[in-house]
Design a protein around this ligand. Structure first.
Ligand SMILES: *Cc1c(COP(=O)(O)O)cnc(C)c1O
Length: 223
């Protein structure tokens, strides 16, 4: 099936309140343009340099989401155009995003990545870390970022029961953090669910899914 048909299939089954991020990492601009021409405007990438190159080449009405792990020293390469950073997992990173956004007179929307998986390899902070950040004086002074939600990745397993437990954990973290409603913290987004688990994620309360291989086909990594 073509990218266009894949997109149409997925979108026809999505509830209206769920936003689809088309994860286009490793894929050529030609493939992204096929999705664009089928109406897709939100793309997710996990490498800043690759995202910046695609941003340069592609139409300017696209929303670019950084879904991967972010190194502080690379924030500057996306600060001018990124529309949502999903993987904010520490305060130092958030402060760097604020600094780079300020230079460009922008406000950058961010999600706190919460560690919900049992694997050590997954990044993220605890619900407690997140609330400590939000409650701090230093956080309240960051005028060029806005925390708009949470993101999480479930353990890589076929155990649906475990995945569901992890998704429920993210949903409850969201509900807990939502009570903080300040100028730069307004939680609305729960980014969870990928090709293999997005229907379950939506059942558990996700309103933003990050889908790659079900749209673009499997990825070939060259290292
Ligand atoms: C690659 C990636 C996805 C998409 O994965 P698929 O299984 O191809 O849908 C979603 N989220 C993150 C953080 C990713 O790195």
């Amino acid at each position: 099936m073509s990218i266009k048909e894949n997109l149409k299939n997925i979108k026809s089954k999505l509830p209206e309140h769920v936003t689809l991020v088309a994860v286009s990492k490793t894929k050529p601009v030609k493939d992204l343009m096929e999705a664009y021409n089928a109406g897709q405007r939100i793309f997710g990438e996990n490498k800043i340099q690759e995202m910046a190159e695609k941003y340069e080449e592609m139409p300017k009405d696209i929303e670019w989401h950084m879904i991967g792990h972010v190194q502080r020293n690379k924030v500057k390469y996306m600060a001018g155009f990124v529309s949502l950073i999903h993987g904010v997992d520490n305060f130092k990173l958030l402060k760097e995003i604020n600094k780079q956004a300020k230079k460009r007179e922008r406000v950058i929307n961010c999600l706190f990545q919460i560690k919900i998986a049992s694997e050590d390899s997954k990044f993220g902070m605890s619900a407690n870390d997140a609330s400590e950040i939000i409650k701090s004086q230093e956080f309240s002074e960051l005028e060029n970022i806005k925390v708009t939600g949470v993101m999480g990745m479930a353990t890589f397993t076929d155990d649906e029961h475990q995945i569901k437990k992890e998704f429920n954990h993210l949903k409850s973290t969201f509900e807990t953090l939502k009570q903080f409603d300040t100028n730069n913290c307004k939680l609305q987004i729960i980014s969870m669910g990928m090709s293999g688990d997005y229907p379950l994620a939506i059942d558990c309360g996700s309103n933003m899914i990050r889908v790659g291989s079900s749209i673009f086909g499997h990825r070939i990594y060259q290292n």
